[in-house]
Design a binder for this molecule. Structure first.
Ligand code: ADP
Length: 243
């Protein structure tokens, strides 16, 4: 469920502007890729198409061979269950505790509360925030809030994890910490795509980089490091993630 392919994808708006122009690119299951480029290059549009929050004007977006742009609205929620999404401003609910924020995607599925609690705590443990589960987002630092956003994104154990400028508000040390966390989720088999214009940081990680300019892929730099998959259960393995 983690293989992604864009086939000749164009997204042209009513005003004639093309956010993406004839983009063809594939992501193998279990790989991690950075999507980079200046503001306006088409990164967010790329991620929106993957979320099926937008559809291409031409071309197809295939996830495990299924054309998600042609999915009926009734099938979309099921498809989206396989996706985890992290935003720059993390969209946490201010009136809910850290625990409730992370538990929310499970509760909406009707899961029993005991299982919800077990999984939410496993996710919080993965981002090393178990001790803050009863606090509210305003009590946390920006980096901690972003880690709650990541815990919430992975609590459903998605096959695909997407992030749009997840380090946009963070200083360099915290940014490295967040990117390492994504890399760890990738090591347990999740396909990860992170849009970021933090070129120095992403170059230092040695992973695949897709460079977009004016809606076109102008560079596709392969990874220089060999992935080291981790076979153990995610919550056990990631409990030691750095803070
Ligand atoms: P990035 O995420 O790389 O900053 P975006 O995907 O948000 O880029 O936007 C790509 C281009 O498409 C930008 O020039 C943006 O202004 C334009 N764009 C985005 N949405 C619309 C829209 N609804 N109508 C017209 N142009 C749009």
């Amino acid at each position: 469920m983690g293989h992604i392919e864009f086939q000749h994808v164009t997204r042209r708006f009513e005003n004639g502007h093309e956010a993406l122009s004839d983009v063809s690119v594939a992501f193998d299951e279990g790989t991690m890729t950075f999507l980079t480029g200046h503001s306006g290059a088409g990164k967010s549009t790329f991620l929106k198409l993957l979320l099926a929050a937008d559809i291409p004007t031409r071309g197809r977006v295939l996830v495990n061979g299924v054309n998600i742009s042609a999915m009926t609205p009734s099938r979309l929620p099921r498809y989206r269950q396989h996706l985890g999404v992290v935003f720059q401003d993390h969209h946490l609910l201010a009136q809910r505790t850290v625990f409730d924020n992370v538990a929310m995607p499970l509760r909406v599925t009707g899961m029993r509360e005991r299982e919800v609690a077990r999984r939410a705590r496993a996710s919080l443990s993965q981002v090393e925030l178990l001790d803050k589960e009863n606090l509210f987002p305003r009590h946390l630092s920006t980096g901690e809030q972003q880690r709650v956003g990541i815990a919430r994104a992975v609590v459903t154990r998605p096959k695909i994890l997407l992030a749009d400028e997840p380090t946009g508000n963070l200083d360099p040390d915290l940014s490295i910490n967040i990117m390492d966390l994504f890399a760890r989720f990738n090591q347990i088999g999740t396909t990860v795509i992170v849009a970021s214009h933090d070129v120095h940081l992403i170059e230092s990680m040695g992973l695949r980089i897709l460079h977009l300019e004016l809606g076109r892929v102008v560079e596709d730099i392969p990874a220089t490091v060999t992935p080291q998959p981790i076979a153990q259960a995610p919550e056990d393995q990631l409990a030691g993630a750095s803070s």
